[in-house]
Write a protein that binds this ligand. Structure first.
Ligand code: ATP
Ligand code: MG
Ligand code: FE
Length: 342
C-alpha cells in the first residue's frame, strides 16, 4: 500500500510517499523560515498562502522522484491538527481534493503522532514498548508508547515547550528565528559554569517540566550587562542555557525509564536534532544501560514522511480509518490523549 502524506501544520510544507512494502519512496519539503524570519516568528496568514503555492509542485516532485504515477497512490494522509488553523486547512483541502480526483480514501493524522513515530522510519528502528520524549516547538512531553495509538502521557511542560525556550532565549541573545540551532551552535564556543542558570523542576519528583523561568533567567543575565553583551559572553550564556535545559531533559528521561522499567528511549521533535542533547543522552544511555533512538536529522522537524508513515501505520491496523466522503475539519487544538486507540 502506498500512502501519500501531506504536512502543513505550521511553516513547513511536506509531501511524501510511503510504501508499506518498500518503505519511504520519496519526500520533499519547503521551509518558510526565510519568509517569516523578518517578522521574528511565524505569520499565520503568510504561512497559509505559501502552503497553497508549494503543495502541488512538491507533490509533482515527489511523484517524479519516486517514479510512480498518481494512480499508484492507495490512500492520502494529512495533518489534521494540532497547528495553525489556516495552514492545516490548506493541507486538508489539498488531500481531500486529490482524494476526490483520484477516487482514493483520505485520513486525518495527528501531527504529534507523526513526530512520535518518526524514529520508526530510521534504519534501525526501536520496537514497542518504549518511552518517548517529544521535544518540539510547541510541545514537551514524556510518553509511554505501547504501540501505534497506544500512548500514555507520563509528564509534560507546565508552560513553555523546550523548542520555545530555545527560540525565545535565542531571540534575547539577538540570534534571529528560529533560534534553536543558532543558540546550540553558539553554545559550542561558550565556557561552562561562567553563568549558572536554574534547572526548573529538576527535583520535582514528577515527570513534568517548566521552562519559562529559564528564559526569564536568560533575560535577567542579558539585562544585567552594563554595556552591550560581548560575543564571548553571549556564547557563555548560550552554553549555560543549553547545559541547563539538557540537564533537565536528560534527568527526566532517566526517571521515566526507571519508573516504567523500560530500557528503550525514543527522541522525537525538532529539539531532538540538538547536538548537546544527543551527546548527553548517549552518555546517560551508556552509563545506565538503556538504548536511545533518534529520528534521522531531517525527520526531527516537521516533514511529510512522518505523516505518510503514521497514516500507513493506522491504515494497516484499521483499513477503514480512511474515508471517501471528502468532508474535512481541522483540529488546531488536539491533545494527543484524545486520539482514539486503534
Ligand atoms: P509542534 O510539533 O509541537 O507543533 P513544531 O512543529 O513547530 O511544533 P518542530 O518542527 O518539531 O516543532 O521543531 C521546531 C523546534 O525545534 C524549534 O523550536 C527549533 O528551534 C527547534 N530546533 C530545531 N533544531 C534544533 C537544534 N539543533 N537545537 C535546538 N533546538 C532545535
Ligand atoms: Mg517549523
Ligand atoms: Fe512539529
Amino acid at each position: 500500500m502506498i500512502v501519500l502524506g501531506v504536512e502543513s501544520s505550521c511553516d513547513e510544507t511536506g509531501i511524501a510517499l510511503y510504501d508499506t512494502q518498500r518503505g519511504l519512496l520519496a519526500h520533499a519539503l519547503h521551509s518558510q523560515v526565510a519568509m517569516h524570519e523578518e517578522y521574528g516568528g511565524v505569520v499565520p496568514e503568510l504561512a497559509s498562502r505559501d502552503h497553497i503555492r508549494r503543495a502541488i509542485p512538491l507533490l509533482e516532485q515527489v511523484l517524479k522522484n519516486a517514479d510512480v504515477p498518481r494512480s499508484a497512490i492507495d490512500a492520502i494522509a494529512y495533518t489534521q491538527g494540532p497547528g495553525l488553523a489556516g495552514a492545516l486547512l490548506v493541507g486538508a483541502s489539498v488531500a481531500c481534493g486529490l482524494g476526490l480526483a483520484l477516487d482514493r480514501p483520505v485520513l486525518g493524522v495527528h501531527h504529534l503522532e507523526g513526530h512520535l513515530l518518526s524514529p520508526l522510519l530510521s534504519r534501525d528502528p526501536p520496537s514497542f514498548p518504549f518511552v518517548a520524549l517529544l521535544v518540539s516547538g510547541g510541545h514537551t512531553q514524556l510518553m509511554r508508547v505501547d504501540g501505534v495509538g497506544q500512548y500514555t502521557l507520563l509528564g509534560e511542560t507546565l508552560d513553555d515547550a523546550a523548542g520555545e525556550a530555545f527560540d525565545k532565549s535565542a531571540k534575547l541573545l539577538g540570534l534571529g528565528y528560529p533560534g534553536g540551532p543558532a543558540i546550540s551552535r553558539l553554545a559550542e564556543f561558550g565556557d561552562p559554569g561562567v553563568y549558572k542558570l536554574p534547572r526548573p523542576m529538576l527535583h520535582s519528583k514528577d515527570l513534568n517540566f517548566s521552562f519559562s523561568g529559564l528564559k526569564t533567567a536568560v533575560l535577567t543575565v542579558v539585562k544585567n550587562q552594563i554595556t552591550n553583551i560581548c560575543e564571548q559572553d553571549k556564547a557563555n550564556v548560550a552554553r549555560a542555557f543549553v547545559d541547563a535545559i539538557v540537564d533537565v531533559l536528560v534527568a527526566k528521561c532517566v526517571t521515566a525509564l526507571k519508573e516504567t522499567g523500560l530500557k528503550k528511549l525514543v527522541i522525537a521533535g525538532g529539539v531532538g536534532a540538538n547536538r548537546q542533547l544527543r551527546e548527553a543522552l548517549d552518555a546517560a544511555a551508556h552509563k545506565r544501560r538503556f538504548r536511545v533512538y533518534y529520528p534521522e536529522l531531517e525527520f526531527c522537524t516537521d516533514n511529510g514522511a512522518m505523516i505518510a508513515f503514521a497514516g500507513a501505520m493506522r491504515l494497516q491496523i484499521n483499513p477503514h480509518a480512511a474515508r471517501r466522503d471528502y468532508a474535512f475539519n481541522v483540529r488546531p487544538r488536539w491533545p494527543l490523549d484524545e486520539l482514539k486507540n486503534v
